[in-house]
Design a protein around this ligand. Structure first.
Ligand code: ADP
Ligand code: GN1
Ligand code: MG
Length: 372
């Protein structure tokens, strides 16, 4: 699709002259562009995003969430005496009417953020230090939102991590097999059916009141944290579209999913996909350092489970999308969603094989970092 970013930019409170726009990043959902302006002889960058409104049905409400969340975090950072706040929390650039988005172009919804300079995202983190820092930033993000004033944020995608519902949708799509792809995914379908029991564990604990619903990010894949180029700090948590009521465990689970193995989400060589204890250890340490103080015992007891669960849920979503004809996630090659599903299921296997060792680490570090 072609968009006239120069025209769209005119709706926003941005000084200077539009220079250029190019697609940016590797997100699977929104259309993201790096847009350059000349401001009094200096080149300044912005992030423009077309919100995917077939997935997010109510972009104005979504942007209300984003503004509430970013304002709240900004307040916390100011109170803590930090100075580089516009690198530590997303800044929404308003339109000339003062709105956080513009619905100006053919039914599309656009928003603009300040570009965070001197930091970048990684699809696969390069060092253990980055992994520690990213997990710590995500834990702190949850901490910052623990006292977000009422009312609760709007659910931008209802039942987003409702695993039982995701499984039911998978079964319906499989039954239809509208693209005739089921035969090519037999092993994955069998694996999912054999392991769907995983999906029943947390709902029981939530129903029993043991695990609380909090305000969480819900898409803590590791390329949603910007890592500072110099300090390697997880300087800013981005991609706030799914910040809404959820379980803290979902966020920890997605950090495990995207960090525990030193491999790409769509790696074709499955021998490279395996949970590595040192990687799990640093994200556990980072997350507990950021969020540990508010987690209850039931949450701590399910940290390892959450890694398996979220990886299984997202594998299920990739498989469902593959069977359904690739309508949800952006794909860049034939069978892309099936490849992604395979890496997820391989990682679930690897986490399961090492469950005992990982559980011991949780006990050890919870005692040391939070209790000690
Ligand atoms: P998606 O929902 O499609 O994943 P994201 O909001 O995560 O979209 O943005 C995609 C990519 O754009 C991110 O991974 C990051 O590299 C980059 N990005 C997003 N927001 C900013 C920002 N404010 N400053 C710098 N880079 C950004
Ligand atoms: C999508 O937006 P992005 O690329 O950060 C998806 C997540 C999946 C992830 C898998 C709104 O995340 O739920 O875990 O892809 N986001 C949405 O890579 O569905
Ligand atoms: Mg993203």
């Amino acid at each position: 699709m072609n968009f006239d970013l120069g025209q769209i930019a005119k709706q926003f409170q941005i000084y200077g002259d539009f220079l250029s726009a190019e697609p940016y990043g590797t997100g699977h959902i929104n259309d993201t562009f790096l847009v350059m302006f000349d401001q009094a002889g200096r080149q300044v960058r912005y992030i423009f995003q077309r919100i995917n409104h077939s997935i997010f049905k109510d972009p104005p409400k979504l942007m209300e969430n984003v503004i509430r969340v970013t304002d709240h975090i900004r307040g916390k950072l100011k109170a803590a005496g930090l100075t580089d706040i516009s690198r530590r929390v997303l800044t929404v650039i308003p339109t000339h009417d003062g709105a956080g988005y513009c619905g100006c172009d053919k039914g599309n919804y656009w928003r603009v953020y300040l570009f965070i300079e001197g930091a970048r995202t990684y699809d696969v983190l390069e060092t253990l230090e980055q992994a520690y820092q990213a997990a710590k930033a995500l834990g702190e993000f949850q901490c910052h939102l623990a006292d977000l004033p009422e009312p609760p944020l709007v659910e931008t995608i209802p039942d987003f991590h409702n695993a039982q519902k995701r499984y039911k949708t998978f079964l319906e799509v499989l039954e239809k097999d509208s693209c005739g792809r089921a035969a090519s995914a037999k092993a994955e379908i069998d694996y999912l059916n054999a392991n769907a029991g995983l999906f029943d564990v947390l709902p029981k604990r939530v129903e029993a009141g043991e695990i609380p619903v909090r305000t969480t990010h819900n898409d803590t894949k590791i390329n949603n944290v910007m890592i500072d180029d110099e300090t390697h700090e997880g300087v800013c948590v981005i991609d706030l579209d799914t910040v809404m009521p959820g379980l803290a465990l979902y966020d920890f689970g997605d950090i495990v999913r995207t960090t525990a193995s030193n491999s790409e989400e769509d790696e074709k060589d499955l021998s490279k996909v395996k949970a590595e204890i040192p990687r799990f250890e640093v994200i556990l340490k980072g997350y507990l350092t950021g969020a540990g103080a508010f987690l209850n015992q039931a949450e701590v007891d399910h940290l390892v489970h959450s890694g398996k669960l979220i990886t299984m849920i997202i594998g299920t979503r990739f498989l469902t999308d593959y069977l359904d004809g690739d309508n949800y996630f952006k794909v860049h090659r034939d069978g892309h969603n099936l490849d992604r599903c395979r890496t997820q299921f391989k990682l679930v296997q690897s986490l399961t094989e090492q469950e005992e060792a990982l559980t011991q680490l949780v006990k050890q570090y919870y005692q040391k970092i939070v209790k000690g």
